[in-house]
Design a protein around this ligand. Structure first.
Ligand code: C2E
Ligand code: CA
Ligand code: CA
Length: 769
């Protein structure tokens, strides 16, 4: 249950959860820089697939293997560098940068003099590399400016670079301090820029080293270059001969000579200093997009977020290729991924929850859902549809759905709200905030709604129901539901519409107080007698009624007779009750000239307490004894010999004896023959089955025949529809009693409903033709 609540909580707050996950991931990534890996990889892809053509304003003069071959082993005399600078200057170069370190005086001082002389005569700006580097494996830094003999003629520039933790060189610092002087990086000198800050500029490695205009050192010395090749250009002299200089790891191009770092950086600056926006703009856009995607259904969320995630790389590539803007998308991508993962987890949770909380066949919320959602106080009501399973088996799948929808509509009317749960394949439940009488009224209304049948595709489906409820309102669904189900089962067994769950304490308390209460109830008029009409199939008119006791308790509401009659019997006070009903029945029916039947408890028999008062009553109200029937249950007739003789005495008085609930006991035929009975009442449980169960219909038919042979009349009780009535009519049953003819009602209602209208009902008349 706890896990179920967790699941339900998760899926309920799905949106904010997804957004929160995305925010947390995105912000964490933006702060820690964990997304840079992604950005680096996307940029490497751009460098690879979208190379840019260098402007051509930068020309590389390369100390390459052919030059070494032509000019001899390195190092070369410094005068030779003087020569090449003079040659370049003559060829019109505007800036000349040397990526060679001259921090020590030459071994031969004449060389430095010659070099300085050449430098002194140039027009171009000359830049010399100065060094600031971390010596490997030590914290010590090594800083060096060009040797004093040369320094006055040149501008020292920094060539210090620093790799990322993965050893790749992606940025150059714009300026760096060397021996107390803040020097611009060589790339600035070559690009002709003068940014004063110490920002580290992202090198655009889409300028491929191989794409720069370049020429061999030895070729320049030999004058082998086209006219105007150096005119107005920036020239970078450096070494690319394998084994001469350091090789540096850079994105996509793997290892390059140091001069290319300066070349690519210079070209980058030449195009305009990159504007780095960082992680935030794309992250905020991503979070806004995630927020709006959550307004759509999950399937659209996947599509939108997936597409957005997929497009991050291309968008970054496009922006950076077309402009000097540098934008990171790593944090945004991880936020999208987080949102997708969270959404996927939630979808799984939702699917799990659905599987747990929806009934398999109809998709209605089920028991687990009820336990989950119904947490407040209330009466727990269970409705069992008796022939639902059999009926749906005959219907197609689509019709089943329609039937269920109609059933659900009716249940919603009865419940007063739409939280109906299907707790097994033929039972439904809900929780009600109403008082017991309203709940009961709802159930009675429901029965009336189902009475005409349910129309599904030109078919009328008969659905009958029983209900049970537990009105211990503070019990949880888990505790109350089994009680309501038990009550519903009792209702099914007793053939009544509903039962209320009674606790043992209820029962005990009830038994203790019932006598007293019943006594008072009689005095107050809470106890009264209802009459249920009996239809005579020969005359086709109402010829009498059965008297049924009623108790309307001021607090408990309507109390069912089979409950309190038993309690009063056990308390030994059944006599009083019986005499009360007898007097009412005789008093009410004598003037009508109709017969009336009164139920006799088996405990009344064998004590000879009935004959005398009966005689008085019949005389007082002037009723012929033959108009009175005493109904005794089959089992009661077998009580003992004394009971048997008392029956004979009563019979001698002229009253009729009826064997009630016939078929539920075990009386043998010969025993029946000995009984002084003039009527047999076939129990409701058989009557109801007359159409559906062949054995029951055979039993009823043969019982009727037998009873007739023994000169007894046959009453069928519990007739609820015309089909059953017709079947009984064909079997030559004599009298019909049941809701179809009429429910038990007070005498006034009985008189107005049944006495005035006791003309023949032609529809069922056997002898009508
Ligand atoms: P019973 O003598 O078998 O009475 C018939 C019961 O079936 C009545 O229930 C009646 O309302 C119900 N009934 C009649 N037609 C139909 C129908 O078409 N469908 C359905 N589902 N039920 C139908 P009720 O009034 O609740 O009485 C229950 C039992 O209480 C009676 O069963 C009887 O055993 C006992 N009882 C009632 N009044 C008295 C009384 O005055 N004295 C004694 N000793 N027992 C009584
Ligand atoms: Ca009866
Ligand atoms: Ca009965």
């Amino acid at each position: 249950m706890f896990r179920l609540r967790l699941l339900a909580g998760l899926t309920k707050s799905a949106r904010s959860l997804v957004l929160t996950v995305a925010c947390l991931i995105g912000i964490a990534v933006a702060f820690t820089g964990a997304g840079s890996d992604l950005d680096n990889q996307i940029r490497a892809k751009r460098y690879e697939h979208l190379p840019k053509k260098p402007s051509g304003d930068l020309v590389l003069v390369i100390i390459d293997t052919p030059s070494i071959k032509d000019l001899g082993a390195w190092p070369w005399p410094r005068s030779r560098h003087g020569e090449i600078i003079t040659a370049l200057d003559k060829a019109g170069a505007q800036r000349i940068a040397l990526d060679i370190i001259f921090d020590q005086p030459a071994a031969d001082p004449r060389q430095d003099k010659l070099f300085a002389k050449a430098l002194a005569h140039t027009h171009a700006n000359i830049y010399f590399a100065s060094l600031l580097e971390n010596l490997s494996n030590s914290k010590e830094t090594h800083e060096a400016l060009p040797t004093p003999a040369l320094l006055p003629f040149v501008k020292p520039v920094s060539i210090w670079v620093k790799s990322d933790p993965d050893q790749f060189h992606r940025r150059v610092p714009l300026n760096a301090p060397v021996l107390g002087r803040e020097l611009p990086v060589m790339a600035q000198a070559l690009a002709g820029t003068q940014y004063p800050d110490d920002g580290r500029v992202l090198i655009d490695w889409s300028y491929w080293p191989s794409q720069f205009p370049r020429i061999s050192y030895s070729d320049v010395l030999a004058g082998k270059f086209p006219k105007g090749f150096f005119q107005g250009k920036s020239v970078l002299i450096g070494s690319d001969a394998f084994g001469l200089g350091d090789q540096y790891s850079v994105p996509f191009h793997r290892k390059v000579a140091g001069m290319y770092i300066q070349a690519a950086a210079a070209e980058t600056l030449h195009a305009g200093r990159p504007v780095e926006l960082g992680d935030w703009p794309s992250l905020l856009a991503a979070l806004a997009l995630i927020g709006s995607a959550l307004l759509f259904k999950p399937i659209w969320r996947y599509i939108l977020l997936g597409t957005a995630l997929f497009l991050c790389g291309p968008i970054q590539i496009l922006i950076e290729h077309l402009s000097i803007i540098r934008i990171n998308v790593g944090a945004a991508m991880l936020a999208f991924t987080g949102a997708l993962a969270a959404q996927a987890l939630l979808s799984m949770a939702q699917a799990m929850l659905d599987r747990i909380t929806k009934s398999a066949e109809a998709g209605l919320p089920n028991l687990a859902a009820m336990e989950l959602h119904e947490r407040g106080d209330g009466v727990t009501v269970v409705v069992c549809l008796r022939n639902y399973v059999e009926t749906t088996a005959l219907l197609g799948f689509a019709a089943q759905g329609k039937l269920l929808a109609k059933i659900r509509d009716r249940l919603i009317l009865a419940a007063g709200h739409d939280r109906i749960y299907q707790i097994d394949n033929h039972s439904f439940a809900w929780r009600s905030n109403e008082e017991v009488p309203e709940v009961v009224a709802g159930l009675e209304g429901l029965e009336a709604l189902f009475a005409p049948g349910v129309q599904v595709d030109h078919l009328t489906v008969d659905i009958t129901l029983n209900a049970g409820f537990c009105d211990e309102v503070s019990l949880s669904v888990q505790d109350a539901l089994p009680k309501a189900v038990l009550a519903a089962t009792n209702a099914i067994n007793r053939g009544v519409l509903w039962e209320r769950y009674e606790t043992d304490e209820d029962e005990v308390f009830w038994k203790l107080s019932i006598l007293n209460e019943f006594e008072q109830a009689l005095g107050r008029g809470d106890v009264w007698v209802a009459y249920q009409p009996k239809l005579d199939l020969h005359s086709n008119g109402i010829t009498g009624a059965e008297a049924l006791i009623r108790w309307t308790h001021p607090e408990r509401g309507f109390i069912r007779p089979d409950r309190f009659v038993r309690a009063i019997e056990e308390a030994g006070r059944i006599e009083k009750l019986t005499l009360y009903v007898l007097e009412r029945a005789i008093a009410d029916f004598a003037p009508l000239g109709l017969s009336v039947a009164v139920n006799l408890s088996m405990r009344m028999l064998g004590k000879n307490r009935l004959e005398a008062p009966l005689r008085v009553l019949l005389e007082t109200y002037n009723m012929p004894a033959s108009k009175l029937t005493l109904e005794i249950t089959e089992s009661a007739t077998m009580a003992d010999d004394q009971g048997f003789t008392e029956l004979e005495t009563l019979r001698a008085l002229g009253v009729r004896i009826s064997i009630d609930d016939y078929g539920t006991g075990q009386s043998t035929l010969s025993y029946l023959k000995r009984l002084p009975a003039s009527e047999l009442k076939i129990d409701q449980s058989f009557v109801r089955q007359v159409l559906s169960s062949r054995s029951d219909s055979v039993l009823i038919a043969s019982t009727i025949k037998l009873a007739h042979e023994l000169d007894m009349q046959v009453v069928a009780e519990g007739v609820e529809d015309p089909q059953v009535l017709d079947a009984l009519n064909r079997m030559e049953c004599d009298i019909i009693q049941g809701y179809y003819i009429g429910r038990p009602v007070a005498i006034d209602e009985f008189r107005s409903k049944f006495v005035a209208a006791s003309k023949p009902r032609t529809r069922t008349a056997r002898n009508a033709a």
